[in-house]
Design a protein around this ligand. Sequence first.
Ligand SMILES: C[S@@+](CC[C@H](N)C(=O)[O-])C[C@H]1O[C@@H](n2cnc3c(N)ncnc32)[C@H](O)[C@@H]1O
Length: 299
Amino acid sequence: MVKETVAGDRLWQWRQLARQAAIAHQVSPAEVDWLLQQGADVEPLLLKLGPPFPPEISLSRSLADLTRLWQARLRDRVPVQYLVGRVPWREFDLAVSPAVLIPRPETELLIDLANSAALQYGWPVQEVSRWADLGTGSGAIALGLASVFPLATVHAVDWSEPALAIARQNADAAGLGDRIQFHQGSWFEPLAFLAGQLQGIVSNPPYIPTSDLTHLDPEVARHEPHAALDGGPDGLDCIRHIVHTAPHYLKPGGLLLLEMMAGQAPAVAQLLSNTGQYATVQIHPDLAGIERFAVSVRR
Ligand SMILES: C[S@@+](CC[C@H](N)C(=O)[O-])C[C@H]1O[C@@H](n2cnc3c(N)ncnc32)[C@H](O)[C@@H]1O
């Protein structure tokens, strides 16, 4: 909905001032364009080409509103995604709020890895199957799985009811609500009825050591839910539980895909091998070359 029409010159000037303020507050000035695009539906090409702007530009959010949001970004270090309440992730335009972790770009790769592992290990993608997304948050992974496995039912679990409300909203908005079932509870607890039936389990669980939480960027430490971050004393509490419990829920040959923090790969690979329940354990890097994902196949 268009709320305001502003003169092109005025918008350009607003952008320049906002960028200067960003630099002064050690925030990336590129976020100003992100705010204008995601928060006010300004055409990306317009910002890329620069002046002269058209004499009049329509904004879906008023300039006064944008100023208020930008001040909150700089003063309170609120992530820009929470300010506009949405984030693009894979092909989805996801709603986010401080009840959910902002889905990260690197997590998008988990979906590609699930797809390629299914193909590699002989699980036809176009087949009826059951998958689980443990700790679904915004529902990002569940939506990604439902999209690449068109006949799958995805069981998305989270401890947080407010997070599940956002995830349901995202699934409905993407037209995937009929293939994703949401469950409130701790990890496998609400999935007892699926023992031995899952083709794949995917999780990006909390994995940050508790003592590191206070050293995170203020955007994360002050605004993202601690229950989405805190992985216990060594960061591996949730991963340990999932690694040990997943074999009971997977079919023989079923897949377990986990995201982890930089530096955790050797410990996670060891945890997986020590169970004796997984035939293969592979570690994959993210786009920055950080060992970020473990892919294992249940014996
Ligand atoms: C790192 S976030 C991941 C969110 C989302 N899957 C993503 O990748 O953007 C971890 C999620 O696990 C959930 N969580 C934490 N402890 C849990 C538990 N015991 N059982 C189920 N979910 C839990 C948190 O609420 C949070 O949504």
